[in-house]
Write a protein that binds this ligand. Sequence first.
Ligand code: SF4
Ligand code: SF4
Ligand code: SF4
Length: 302
Amino acid sequence: MKRLKILRIVFSVAFAVLLTLALLSHDPQQASWLGWTCRLQLLPAVLSLSAGVCLFWLAVTLFIGRIYCSTVCPLGVIQDLFGRIGKMLRRNRDGSLRLYRYSQAENRLRYVILGVVVICIMAGQMFLPEIIDPYFVFANLIDNLSGAVSDSMLGEVVLPGALGIAISAVTLVTVSALAFKNGRTFCNTICPVGSSLSVVSRISLLKLEIDPDLCTNCGRCEQECKASCINAKAHTIDYSRCVLCMNCTAACNDHAIRFSATRKRLSTPLMQQINRKVPQMTAGRPQQAVDASSTASDTRRS
Ligand code: SF4
Ligand code: SF4
Ligand code: SF4
């Protein structure tokens, strides 16, 4: 499963490079074959009422979850970079490496932010959406730095000049600092695109599942989960926050995490064995099935 992680990283970096080239491009010829990287971005698609792109991401997320966040989002790549640096440098007080840990979702905060962003868009007030949407932040910065404001191929840059650069830079520094400190915090508490996708990814058809029969409770997957959404002890994953980075599958030496359409339960739970109906043998042939626990208490009474 390490191959999936490598594939995911290679794809996301290549996509980010193409997207950057597209934003830097002043050449319409070049823009025509790179422009798809911009058109695949979710908020621009919503704002331009591009039903095809919106339905595409809805179907993909319903099928497999938030793969958008681990492949085509430019801020996802930047967060991964700073998260990796943070992982190497973060230390506990005793000097040991500080690894990721499961934490509860900040649902109230993220859906309040999403609600405010939706209201702003409906009211035509684009300032807030454009300073926290991942694509707009990235595009604003690149276009402003390259001087492509006037001929940006999709024409989304609405915060031109020094103000645009300053606002995008502040957002990028904040996002990077959060990633350095604790992985995908921005993705799971602030980003309106991530919050929208999380509503659908909860019910995706295919999900990463921990097989409790194979799991040895080593906890490595939880320590590698940049979204802090794996509870290794409980063998559960919060799919609303999972960004499909594949760190957990690469970390699990027991091959206990796989994509599945069904929830895997322990095949022989303890209580199931205790309360199981067991056939009683009388003179070499099975008699009626009786409950093992009641048999035990009957024996004690007699
Ligand atoms: S949650 Fe937002 S910032 Fe994070 S990867 Fe997804 S779209 Fe990008
Ligand atoms: S890494 Fe694998 S074996 Fe270890 S806790 Fe996670 S699922 Fe279980
Ligand atoms: S559960 Fe965590 S580590 Fe595994 S793919 Fe999702 S975000 Fe990545």
